[in-house]
Structures are given as structure tokens and as C-alpha cells.
Design a protein around this ligand. Structure first.
Ligand SMILES: CC(C)(COP(=O)([O-])OP(=O)([O-])OC[C@H]1O[C@@H](n2cnc3c(N)ncnc32)[C@H](O)[C@@H]1OP(=O)([O-])[O-])[C@@H](O)C(=O)NCCC(=O)NCCSC(=O)C[C@@](C)(O)CC(=O)[O-]
Length: 282
């Protein structure tokens, strides 16, 4: 059976935009519930500036408190070397850097231009290589930007290639505001697949206009076999106004199972984690 990997985003992308500070113990409980579900990858938190994203200020405590399943890679976002050092000290199994295909979002999200961000990521990649810690790369706004409008496919391809060439083991293509359509997803993939092997690409769709599953089906057609999703459809980015949550993990798993793909996920346990996650949001 063809296998698809779902990279669980709930504890990080799902919670980062919550205004009410969630107790560290509840975040740990969410990760522990997710660790029972059959994931091989869970993004737990981010080592970003607490002034920018207060909800993630307890990153080290969350990573210190979880019950680790050795079969799971527990990941963290790292915008710079300081974040990387924090993630390493907290024993993140892998880290992720995040760039944007559009200038407007880059400035609003990480306070620098795209090219400056790539320069900032270089020492993170070098340190991670020396430490043998895998680095994932995100490209945001792959089809649309909340500030600059539609993103030309060649811009997305340029950033995806830059992150791949720098040493990221996988490039996650982010529809940050959930504005992608099957048509724009397809045009974007046509450009990206010319510069990064399909097997190294992942899809990351927000479900603002309930098109995430259609876009995932397009990606499956191109051969992508890794998707990011958040339990309960949690989330949004604080610097992408109007963006809704990631596509719900349980919806993606159900779609994949109906199409004959194996995910290794236990849908009953996922439902339990989803209920807990949604209660956290109140
Ligand atoms: C990149 C910066 C730090 C630049 O922020 P800055 O203000 O330009 O940089 P700075 O170096 O002047 O730092 C500002 C303050 O933060 C501190 N600082 C600096 N770095 C760190 C760090 N790593 N950890 C903790 N603290 C840090 C630093 O020490 C300083 O503290 P102060 O001196 O004022 O007390 C900031 O813009 C930032 O943290 N941005 C993160 C925004 C974010 O997390 N967005 C959400 C994640 S991206 C996303 O959701 C999209 C994605 C990945 O899911 C895919 C998709 O859907 O598209």
C-alpha cells in the first residue's frame, strides 16, 4: 500500500495564534496524546522571539515535559541561530527554518527581506549539519500572500530551491492563508518540481476556504507523499490576518484512507486528541 506521512502541526502551528496563554502542562498533554496516534513526526513548538509570539515562550519547558516515543521525531521551528541553540539544548530531534516566497509576508513575519532571511538561515544549517540534526525548510505564501497578492510560481520555485540547496532535507510548501486553488496549486508545483525533487516536497495547506483537501489531491497526483496538518484543524499564523487553521489531520487521514493510502494513524486516538485540542481553544 502506498504510504503517506502526515506531519502533525497542532502543538505549534495550531496553538501559536491563540491569544489566551495555554498552560504548559496542557500543551504537554496534547503532545503526549498525539504521540499515541501513530505519527512519526510532531512539530511541538517554536524557538522564536516571545515578543513576537508569546504563546511559544515556553518552548523549552514543553520539550522537557513530553513523554518521548523513540519512533517519533519531535520538531521545533527556529528562525535564527539563537532559536537553533535553544532547540538543540531542549533536545529537539529536528528543526525547521521558514522563509517566504513573498516579500510582504517575510517582512511582517520575520522582520527582514527574503534574501536577508536566507543569509540568517545559513549559520543555522551549518550548526545543524555539524550536530547531525535534520533541518526542514518551509516556504510560506506559495500561491498567495496576504500583503502582496498572488505569488508568481517562479518566486516559490526560487525559494524552495534555495532552501533545498542549503541542505534542508524536505521543503514544505505553505498555503499560509488558505487561498490556493487546485489550479494555482498545480501551476506552483509545475514550477517547483523543476528545481526540487517531488520526493523532497511536502504540502502545507490552511483550510480557510475549505479547499485544502482538493489541493492535497492535486499534490497526490504530482506524487507528493508528505502533508502537514493540525489535529482539529487548529491554528493560523499571527502574521497572516484572516488565515484559518491548518487542514484537520483527521480529515486528511480519512481522505487518504478512502483513496487506499496508509498513514499509520489510529483515527479513534486522533479523535480523542482532537477533542482535547479543541477544548484547549475554548
Ligand atoms: C525572527 C525574529 C526573532 C526577528 O525579530 P527582530 O525583532 O527583527 O529581531 P531582534 O534580533 O531584534 O530580536 C528581537 C527580540 O527578540 C529576541 N530574540 C531574537 N531571536 C530570538 C529567539 N530565537 N528566541 C527568543 N528570543 C529571540 C532578541 O533577543 C530581542 O529581544 P530584546 O533584546 O528586545 O529583549 C522575529 O521576527 C520572530 O521571532 N518571528 C517569528 C514569527 C513567527 O513565529 N511566526 C509564525 C511561524 S511561521 C508560520 O506560521 C508559517 C508556517 C511555517 O507555518 C508555514 C505556512 O503556513 O506558511
Amino acid at each position: 500500500m502506498d504510504k503517506v506521512t502526515l506531519f502533525e502541526m497542532g502543538p505549534r502551528d495550531g496553538l501559536q495564534n491563540e491569544k489566551k496563554l495555554i498552560d504548559t502542562t496542557d500543551k504537554i498533554k496534547l503532545v503526549d496524546l498525539l504521540s499515541e496516534c501513530g505519527f512519526s513526526k510532531i512539530e511541538v513548538t517554536s524557538f522564536v522571539s516571545p515578543k513576537w509570539v508569546p504563546q511559544m515562550a515556553d518552548a523549552a519547558d514543553v520539550l522537557a515535559g513530553i513523554h518521548r516515543n523513540p519512533a517519533i521525531a519531535y520538531a521545533a521551528l527556529t528562525p535564527n541561530l539563537r532559536g537553533y541553540d535553544g532547540a538543540k539544548a531542549a533536545r529537539a530531534d529536528e528543526v525547521a527554518i521558514f522563509a517566504s516566497a513573498s516579500e510582504g509576508f517575510s517582512q511582517k513575519n520575520i522582520n527582514c527581506s527574503i534574501d536577508e532571511s536566507l543569509e540568517r538561515f545559513a549559520p543555522v544549517l551549518a550548526a545543524a549539519k555539524a550536530d547531525n540534526i535534520p533541518v526542514r525548510g518551509y516556504v510560506s505564501c506559495v500561491t498567495d500572500c496576504p500583503y502582496d497578492g498572488p505569488t508568481p510560481p517562479e518566486n516559490t520555485a526560487r525559494i524552495a530551491k534555495a532552501l533545498y540547496d542549503m541542505g534542508c532535507y524536505e521543503i514544505s510548501l505553505g498555503d499560509t492563508i488558505g487561498a490556493a486553488t487546485p489550479e494555482t496549486t498545480s501551476l506552483m508545483l509545475q514550477a517547483v518540481q523543476q528545481v526540487v525533487p517531488i520526493a523532497k516536497l511536502a504540502g502545507h495547506f490552511h483550510d480557510t476556504h475549505a479547499r485544502a483537501l482538493d489541493n492535497i489531491e492535486v499534490c497526490l497526483g504530482y506524487g507528493l507523499r508528505t502533508f502537514d496538518a493540525a489535529v482539529g484543524g487548529l491554528g493560523g499564523c499571527p502574521y497572516a490576518p484572516g488565515a484559518k487553521g491548518n487542514v484537520a489531520t483527521e480529515k486528511v487521514a480519512t481522505l487518504l484512507h478512502s483513496k487506499g493510502f496508509a498513514t499509520g494513524l489510529d483515527l479513534e486516538k486522533l479523535a480523542k486528541a482532537s477533542q482535547f485540542a479543541q477544548n484547549l481553544k475554548g
